[in-house]
Design a protein around this ligand. Structure first.
Ligand code: HEM
Length: 424
């Protein structure tokens, strides 16, 4: 592993990132249960269960892991921790978890009371986190390329959240909504997934692909321009309309395709060639994101195609489940053992003889475990894709989804149990 330029002095207490990581899989299981009992959620876009499913995965699972990872990554890449105490982190986690459950209920039972409770939970949870993140980000000068991406991603998250709240206000209590939605649903989704989600993945990949896999650094020009170009095309694509917007959207899809090709090449050029399921997850993710861009480009070129084929759903599953979630699953196989080992090592500063008895990273999460996770994720992905054409199979896909998240949760739990065993 390459750790040059990284700083491990200011890392947060383990309970902060780990708390987010341990809570998140529960929301994946909840999403699977929603799909099991409401199978129409896979294809009926405006069905309340579909919207609940989307947010259990994006906010409950993906956003919580990303917030946990940010707490860990920020001090390592910039020496500047996010100033959150354990109690505040717990409050953020509790409010976002509660807010996600309430949001799902609001989709199912729209009304002003549930809406107000959802709003309160998100304002406290995200408000506290984002204000602390901004506090940390403005202190860092000069910002490296990963941090520029994180800044842009944080901006996209803010826009997504504000747009989401206004959309929800209109959905659940239109007579009291103070202003018209600033972004329509497609734009809200785009800022959330291709803005916040993708920019974070791109920025973090600049750091972690060379670091964990001893691969060459991404070209400095790509690191400097790509996040800004993605952000600009998203911004202009939102404010412009007509053929200019379509051209910009197409350009952003081509940029993402180029990024996928480049990142795949860097992974192939890695010097650490051992069997590694994080690499496999990256390869799966890059392949799926590229495929979803091709689907999007086809839809931009032939707008009548989605009337004949479920292309929007296909692209969402490829990008979301096959892409972003695969990156998260893969990164957890690496970050969690690394984190636990780092904290165990720190405990040994006063008792160096204990160093010899510490489990290594491969014992904390074994290759066999990661391999099972990889197969479960691929099987669940295939299940979801097949169910798009054979809806009768949706309950089976839901069970595979649940198995995927249960295995992740169990793996994290086992790794933590081994860590606890070696603490004293
Ligand atoms: C990272 C954060 C978020 C992401 C990635 C995200 C993603 C999405 C996606 C992909 C859709 C479209 C679903 C579809 O077309 O089937 C959607 C719709 C929606 N989201 Fe979010 N969302 C986020 C946060 C929020 C928040 C915090 C709220 C409200 C408090 C919210 C409220 C809504 C509403 C109301 C809709 C449906 C809009 C309509 O009825 O037209 N979202 N979101």
């Amino acid at each position: 592993m390459r750790t040059d330029g990284l700083n491990f002095d200011n890392i947060p207490p383990l309970s902060i990132p780990y708390g987010f990581f341990a809570t998140a899989p529960l929301f994946g299981v909840l999403a699977g249960l929603v799909l099991l009992f409401q199978p129409q959620a896979l294809t009926a876009r405006w069905d309340p269960a579909a919207l609940a499913l989307v947010h259990l995965l994006t906010l409950g699972f993906a956003a919580q892991i990303m917030l946990g990872a940010l707490c860990q990554v920020m001090p390592v890449v910039s020496s500047q921790p996010i100033p959150l105490s354990r109690t505040q982190a717990l409050l953020v986690r509790g409010c976002i978890s509660l807010g996600t459950v309430l949001l799902s209920l609001t989709f199912l039972f729209p009304g002003p009371i549930l809406f107000s409770l959802t709003l309160a939970a998100f304002v406290i949870g995200f408000g506290l986190f984002i204000s602390r993140l901004i506090q940390a980000l403005i202190k860092i000068r000069p910002a490296g390329h990963t941090l520029v991406s994180i800044r842009l991603a944080a901006f996209c998250l803010l826009i997504t959240l504000i747009a989401g709240v206004i959309l929800l206000w209109w959905r659940s209590s239109p007579q009291t909504a103070p202003l018209a939605p600033i972004l329509n649903t497609d734009q809200h989704a785009l800022w959330g997934i291709q803005g916040w989600g993708l920019l974070l993945v791109v920025g973090v990949s600049f750091q972690v692909i060379p670091m964990f896999h001893v691969a060459p650094d991404f070209p400095a020009r790509v690191q400097r321009w790509l996040p800004g170009a993605l952000m600009l095309s998203l911004l202009l694509g939102t404010v412009l309309d007509g053929s200019a917007a379509i051209a910009l959207m197409a350009l952003s899809k081509l940029l993402v395709l180029g990024y996928c090709a480049l990142a795949s090449r860097h992974l192939r050029q890695r010097r650490r060639k051992l069997l590694d399921y994080t690499v496999r997850f990256w390869q799966l993710a890059l392949g799926c994101i590229a495929l979803s861009m091709v689907v999007n480009l086809a839809t931009l070129g032939w707008p009548e195609l989605p009337n004949r084929l479920p292309l929007a759903e296909l692209s969402a599953i490829l990008f979301g489940f096959g892409g972003l979630l695969a990156v998260i699953f893969g990164m957890l196989q690496k970050i969690v053992p690394f984190l636990l080992y780092l904290h165990l090592q720190r405990q040994c500063l006063t008792q160096p003889e204990k160093l010899l008895t510490l489990p290594n990273m491969k014992q904390l999460i074994s290759t066999a475990r990661s391999k099972r996770q990889w197969w479960l994720h691929c099987t669940a992905l295939c299940g979801l894709l097949i169910a798009l054409w054979l809806p009768l199979l949706t309950p089976l896909a839901a069970l595979l989804l649940i198995a995927d998240f249960v295995w992740l949760g169990w793996t994290l739990h086992q790794a933590f149990a081994l860590y606890r065993q070696h603490l004293n």
